[in-house]
Write a protein that binds this ligand. Structure first.
Ligand code: SF4
Ligand code: SF4
Length: 449
């Protein structure tokens, strides 16, 4: 761990140098700034916790996390102990300066850790919360284990549930199957009924992949009318081939095809992505059709993550989604054994930034490695992004998806680029109009879109 060299003469000035572990000094630079200024301003970050690591009762074809249980570079099987849980909760609550702390429980399937674990978590949160601090809990689940006892607990403790559901039966069961390859649609719909019966608030999390991306309206209607979702999150499924063995940065050493190459599309024998990854043009199609429907009928009534964040950006507010932010690095993953990783999508050995037992969450988030990781989102953009009219909306999307080369041969172009451009070209005139309307709206009327 690097240490700031203290400036004893004037504590309000940033220390000019860092003392490295080996005793050498070097000038401080912008990667040190968050650590050097942390004591003088707010520190905000978000943690996704994995109480059972990658263990899941389902075997969804496209899951990007399941392999971590089995692969040599993975984390193996394991459950978060009560001691690690307490360390995590204390460090998270102590580490942030805001009045709100959101715990996101994810997996694998986090419900496999059992209700008693979460009862203990809630008790520890109450024990460590500072006066006035609001603690929130999100459970991201496949829903199949949520019985009445679970739902009563979730309601009583004000959990927000993120329920994975991909669309109507045939769409959902395409990839979301049990370990015996059996469909799961019915048990997820039972969870929907229970959540509604108990009044547990829930969002829907829908993966858009190669097989459902041409059905945006069917999926949207189903989620709105049959599931009763008013808060929809859509995520494009993109996995480069070999993601289960190595991180995307290790993959960069390999050839990156250009957008015009057939290998840049799913389904090709030498494709750069898995066969279930969404085709970039289909992602553009999905967003455009969905946007039209949302604007025509549901603007202000249904929250769709991809659209609300774009409107927010055009109101000069920060993006709600890390993928459309200029930098990343403020959302880390804590595994069952207490190891801390740069991001949920970068749980690979070279992206381990700390361990709850060895340092602290706050130190890990402010560490030079993590800040570099976050700044790289902007600093590694190819020239074609810098010249792009949609740069401030897109910011090159997620670095994990930057697996193509630009026409000039520069690596690091986002796989989804052509679909994103299609969407921005289509939606931005409407978004500008919506944003202009909201700017003129008195604050008292509320500004939810
Ligand atoms: S790597 Fe991707 S998912 Fe992770 S924080 Fe950055 S933008 Fe978000
Ligand atoms: S739309 Fe394409 S070129 Fe433009 S910023 Fe996004 S990834 Fe880069």
């Amino acid at each position: 761990m690097t240490q700031p060299v203290q400036d004893q003469g004037n504590p309000s000035r940033l220390p000019p140098a860092f003392l490295e572990r080996d005793g050498t000094q070097r000038p401080a630079d912008h990667y040190d700034a968050p650590q050097l200024t942390a004591d003088h301003g707010p520190v905000q970050f978000h943690v996704m916790a994995k109480p059972v690591g990658a263990i899941c009762n389902l075997d969804c074809t496209y899951c990007f996390y399941l392999h971590k249980e089995r692969s040599p570079a993975g984390l193996g099987r394991g459950r978060m102990s009560e001691a690690t849980l307490e360390l995590f909760i204390r460090q998270y609550i102590e580490g942030v300066t805001g009045t709100e702390v959101t715990f996101t429980w994810q997996g694998g399937e986090p419900a496999l850790r059992g209700l008693d674990f979460y009862r203990r978590a809630v008790a520890l949160q109450k024990q460590y919360a500072r006066p006035g601090q609001v603690i929130q809990n999100d459970l991201q689940t496949n829903g199949t284990l949520l019985d009445d006892e679970w739902c009563a607990f979730l309601k009583e403790n004000r959990f927000l549930v993120g329920l994975s559901i991909d669309g109507p039966r045939a769409v959902h069961d395409q990839y979301r199957v049990t370990r015996r390859q059996q469909p799961t649609f019915d048990s997820v719909m039972q969870a929907v009924s229970r959540l509604r019966k108990f009044g547990v608030p829930f969002n829907t999390l829908t993966c858009v992949h190669r097989r459902n991306a041409r059905q945006p309206i069917d999926i949207y209607r189903f989620l709105r009318d049959e599931v009763g979702s008013t808060y929809m999150q859509f995520t494009p499924v993109v996995e480069y081939r070999g993601f289960d063995q190595r991180s995307v940065s290790a993959n960069r050493a390999l050839l990156q095809p250009q957008e015009s190459d057939p290998e840049s599309r799913p389904g090709h024998v030498n494709s750069v992505v898995t066969e279930w990854s969404v085709d970039p043009e289909d992602w553009g199609y999905f967003l455009c059709r969905l946007f039209d429907r949302w604007v025509a009928r549901d603007l202000g009534k249904i929250y769709v993550n991809q659209f609300e964040t774009l409107v927010a950006q055009h109101l000069d507010l920060p993006s709600h989604l890390c993928v459309y932010s200029e930098h990343c690095g403020k959302g880390v993953a804590v595994e069952h054994d207490g190891s801390i990783y740069a991001c949920d999508h970068f749980v690979y050995p070279e992206y381990k930034i700390g361990h709850l037992q060895e340092s602290s969450l706050r130190q890990a988030v402010l560490s030079r490695d993590q800040v570099k990781f976050g700044y790289a989102k902007r600093e590694s953009l190819p020239q074609v992004c810098h010249a792009c009219p949609y740069l401030s909306d897109c910011w090159g999307e997620c670095p994990k998806n930057r697996i193509l080369s630009s026409a000039s041969g520069e690596p690091g172009l986002n796989y989804l680029c052509r679909g994103l451009k299609q969407f921005y070209t289509h939606a931005l005139p409407h978004v500008e109009r919506i944003a202009a309307g909201l700017r003129n709206q008195p604050i008292s009327q509320g500004r939810r879109m």
